[in-house]
Design a protein around this ligand. Sequence first.
Ligand SMILES: *Cc1c(COP(=O)(O)O)cnc(C)c1O
Length: 231
Amino acid sequence: MSSIPNNLQAVHAQIIAAARSAVRDPNTVILLAVSKTFGADAVIEAAQAGQRAFGENYVQEAVDKIAELRRDRPDLLLEWHFIGPIQSNKTRQIAENFDWVHTIEREKIAHRLAEQRPAHLAPLNVCLQVNISGESTKSGVTPEELLPLAQAVAAMPRLTLRGLMAIPEPAATFEQQRVPFRQLYQLYETLRAQGLPLDTLSMGMSADMSAAIAEGATIVRVGTAIFGKRT
Ligand SMILES: *Cc1c(COP(=O)(O)O)cnc(C)c1O
């Protein structure tokens, strides 16, 4: 039967299998449960099955959900990741409510998040979004723009630059899925060789998480395979 706990178990099994065939320790892959469009009840169900990190795309929906959960279930120690496009007028809510942001693509946005991150919270963990497949998705920096942005963000107080994120175009086969993930891994290694202490590659979703893990993903962002189809 399909239920959130069963789905989580199946996704964990897939992560373990993909890690083993890549000769990787499965514990080096973190599952981010993408709960966008699903309510606090679904988050609670996943949390009770052991899930800790949750991803959200829409600021208002997320902030309402986070507030509801902090009020009603302060016992659940949840970690919140923002994975959607960021508008300037939403940075304060993101800085005040999230633990991670995966979708930094402009220095100006990073600067606002750094200024608005409350002093009583730990630094905001951030990843830079890279436009790895080129055309159809407009989000993310080009590989050429990446190094200067990474150096600027790494120098900002109240932010910790953790790594890179990408959303490649859908691909038909496993081997085709691997290509953009390998490119992101290579960019990650290039930045590390420049002295940036990165430890995170946020890549892979329900349809391509195994390919992403084969290429070094440390966070896979999975929605549909856990919560079901979004309407
Ligand atoms: C919605 C979303 C996901 C989850 O996608 P699924 O295909 O439902 O697993 C992952 N990453 C980002 C950036 C998303 O917007």
